[in-house]
Design a binder for this molecule. Structure first.
Ligand code: MSP
Length: 629
């Protein structure tokens, strides 16, 4: 039986129109889902909309519509957007669906019967935007830290969920299952929430204040708190408790969210599941934020980038590629149109587009579009084949860990290797001198393109399928599984190889004024003696961890011929787990300094410009501690 895969996105609030943040999470889910299809798995992909609560009721009123009319309209915008982004979800759930409402009520009853719900009078500071009570301690100058508004004092009787009952269980569960919440920085963040005693969760709102919600099954005077309702979508969509889909997919569930909603997913949801007697989800995958113009993007800031606008300008696949290539999963990224265009022109038009176009042209020109039979394999051919097969394995291992950028980097290293192979083999010379050898070379280029087309399919399904059609392949898209890809050279094209239109046209950069080149302000000259006083060395990173309370600093343990601790201000640009094993360059004889309580012996060298910070490293592996001069 095929293995299974189940991925969810958050269900988006319908108080805002879809923007790049929603598009990112949903495209990531689509990429993961497609990749697991390639792995031959039985997959299920869920997205949808979150339609109850204060926020929505207020937005409906502002728009002069009834809540139902309003949620129908905005929910449809989300539902209609996904196919235009080549997102192929299996189900679109709405929390106003009658089946969902029924499941929420049945879970509430179950949790209540377990004795985990009680009724109590509560007075607290309530932020309407967040739809939650705050403690004084959590406020910043008396204001909600997210919305900078003064919470209202609300006194009311409500139902509470005894989340505190599950605190110890949850701490153990997170500790025993290191990849329950990942990447690690968010696992640590969840564990740090859990250092404080967990307060019980207020799960009702009196109908005197809010009617737009799911009635509590055991007290009709109240509606359910929107998070208690929304989180349940992940099981109600599968037909919990008896649905086949639930039995099939819940045991392999993976949630995708951004860091903004870590607490409800990492804390409330596992406790709710435990109380309802449902096994915990498998993974909570948490990514960072896309920032536009250096600010957090939200509709209140008013700098929302509409994904459709950019897709219309540059095409869908370049947009999907850019999002997945640019963001390190777990860290924040800066969105820039200029960076998108740079990637289109270099990675897509230049590297991949040119490779495809020159290869297809050669097959047409030298072999009339019919793939030739190879002859004896040379060392170079074997190297190319080995690199392709290793690439498939390495993509598989980084993709399941959500390192999309690493998978794409690896594919592009291979694309460049094929381009170098073409240059070294000089098929245009072989065409005149050695047809047999030419056939072998062309055969290997063709097989390489086949591998590339499969690996880019999850990211850029449309372009990959176009390339596969041009290659005359019979099985295309998600049916071209990794198992088939691993059979190098197996199977003939079913049709002729035909070069079609360019896969990725270049983008004219005229509209982007070239940055004015100013010569940098260099420092005054120094003598060679002075240069020699700086002891620069290569070091291998053995361990990397964030420094508590510091946004910028990472503590690196490096092997520089001897083991040392070096503190580097790169936390906003590199995930600690990505640095392990990497080689960096350090100034080794800088006087030790203490940074946020950690003694740093040395300084890591990095280049920085408006696009960010990049560590320097040797082009090939060096003996740790070797001198740089
Ligand atoms: N309705 C809740 C989720 C309930 S899930 C049971 C909600 N909705 S939301 O519309 O605010 O969506 C939040 C999610 O949108 C984030 O977790 C993330 O997936 C995505 N993003 C919104 N803005 C984003 C960025 N600027 N960057 C990246 N993703 C962001 O919370």
């Amino acid at each position: 039986m095929a293995e299974r895969f189940y991925v969810t996105t958050p269900i988006y609030y319908v108080n805002a129109e879809p923007h790049i943040g929603h598009a990112y999470t949903t495209i990531v889910a689509d990429v993961l889902n497609r990749f697991h299809t390639l792995r031959g798995m039985d997959t299920f992909f869920l997205t949808g909309t979150d339609e109850h609560g204060d926020k929505i009721a207020i937005a409906a009123e502002k728009n002069g519509q009834s809540p139902q009319e309003y949620v129908d309209r905005i929910s449809k915008m989300f539902r209609d957007l996904w196919p235009t982004l080549d997102v192929e979800n299996d189900r679109f759930i709405r929390t106003t669906d009658p089946e969902h409402i029924e499941v929420v009520q049945s879970i509430l009853n179950r949790v209540n019967e377990n004795g985990d719900i009680y009724f109590a009078e509560y007075e607290g500071l309530y932020c309407v935007e967040c739809e939650r009570f705050y403690t004084e301690r959590e406020l910043l100058d008396g204001k909600c830290p997210d919305h900078q508004t003064t919470p209202k004092v609300i006194k009311e009787a409500n139902y509470f969920f005894r989340m505190s009952n599950y605190q110890d269980w949850l701490i153990n569960h997170i500790k025993e299952n290191p990849d329950f919440i990942r990447p690690e920085r968010y696992r640590n963040e969840a564990l740090s929430f859990l250092k404080e005693p967990l307060e019980d969760l207020c799960i009702s709102r009196p109908k005197s204040r809010l009617t737009w919600g799911i009635s509590l099954p055991f007290d009709d005077r109240f509606v359910t708190y929107v998070w208690f309702d929304a989180l349940i979508n992940y099981v109600s969509a599968l037909g919990y408790p008896n649905g086949d889909l639930f039995h099939k997919f819940w045991p392999v569930s993976q949630h995708l969210i951004a860091k903004d909603i870590l607490k409800p997913h990492g804390i409330y949801w596992p406790c709710m599941l435990k109380s309802a007697g449902i096994e915990p989800f498998q993974h909570l995958n948490v990514h960072g934020y896309w920032n536009v113009n250096a600010g957090k993007m939200s509709k209140t800031v008013g700098n929302v980038v509409k994904p459709l606008d950019l897709v219309g300008v540059y095409g869908l696949d370049p947009f999907r590629y850019f999002l997945l290539r640019e963001m390190v999963f777990g860290l924040d990224s800066e969105f820039s149109e200029q960076a998108l265009v740079a990637r289109i022109n270099s990675d897509l038009a230049n590297d991949l587009g040119n490779l495809a176009s020159r290869s297809l042209t050669m097959i047409q020109k030298y072999f009339k579009g019919v793939l030739p039979e190879p002859q004896a394999e040379s060392l170079e051919d074997r190297e190319l084949r080995d690199a392709a097969l290793t690439l498939v394995d390495s993509c598989e291992s980084v993709m399941v860990e959500l390192s999309f950028h690493k998978a794409l980097i690896a594919v592009w290293e291979f694309i460049n290797q094929v381009n170098r192979y073409i240059v070294a083999m000089e098929p245009w010379v072989l065409a005149k001198t050695d047809k047999g050898r030419l056939a072998t070379v062309i055969f290997h280029i063709y097989q390489s393109l086949k591998v590339i087309s499969a690996l880019i399919w999850p990211f850029m399904p449309g372009s990959a399928e176009r390339l596969q059609k041009q290659l005359g392949l019979e099985v295309t898209g998600g049916k071209f599984t990794l198992d088939l890809v691993r059979k190098w050279g197996d199977g003939k094209p079913s049709g002729p190889v035909v070069k079609g239109e360019a896969l990725f046209p270049r983008v004219e950069t005229k509209s982007f004024p070239e940055p004015v080149k100013k010569s940098p302000e260099f420092l005054p000259e120094i003598d060679f003696d002075q240069v020699q006083k700086v002891d620069v060395r290569v070091a291998t990173v053995l361990a990397a961890e964030p420094i508590p309370k510091s946004k910028k600093l990472l503590k690196l343990t490096v092997d520089a011929g001897e083991e040392r601790t070096v503190v580097a201000g790169i936390a906003e640009h590199y995930a600690p787990e990505d640095l392990i094993g990497a080689q960096v360059v350090i100034v080794a004889n800088l006087k030790p300094v203490k940074l946020m309580g950690v003694e740093s012996r040395g300084m890591v060298l990095a280049a920085s410009d408006e696009n960010g910070v990049r560590l320097l490293s040797p082009r090939a592996a060096c003996v740790p501690g070797c001198k740089v001069q």
